[in-house]
Design a protein around this ligand. Sequence first.
Ligand code: ADP
Length: 169
Amino acid sequence: MSETKIIKADITELDVDAIVSAANAALCGGGGVDGAIHRAAGPFLLEECRQLGGCKPGFAKITGGHNLKCWHIIHAVGPVWYGGHKGEEDLLRSCYRESLKLASAHSAKSIAFPAISCGAYRFPVELACKIAVEEVHKWLSQDDSIDVVYFVCFDSKIKQQYLNAIGEQ
Ligand code: ADP
């Protein structure tokens, strides 16, 4: 039986098989969670990312974990929120599915997600948490290769939104 857990943590410190980064399309490192991951993983992560040729919004690419405890880093490119009429919701849903597909293909049993697009990309947090929870639950109901999915909160406001979204399932 697979499960989801909401945890308050710095995603760079987690001992899981795969962590997800909220990356930008160039996969060249940036601010927020992506910057934290690159700083903690070390400079060879950027070198590996440079070989990947970027990534479109709604998709994800995978690298090794470098200096982190995780085996894999999944670099998911979330949508920038422009008001909701530019396919933002579908793109965010796709990010979760593509990340889970990569995790599963690489035999990851545990995976941790940050709140993709909820920082600099300005996606409304309540909707983003609902999307994250829905897509993860949908995936886990069809794929039993992943044991645990962590929703990582960096601030308590987001934690409450995940709790509400899970309560609605
Ligand atoms: P985006 O550009 O996709 O909006 P951000 O990195 O700006 O991505 O923010 C995504 C979320 O990641 C935000 O909720 C932010 O608080 C959170 N975050 C930032 N640093 C960390 C970290 N070290 N671990 C987990 N979550 C983090």
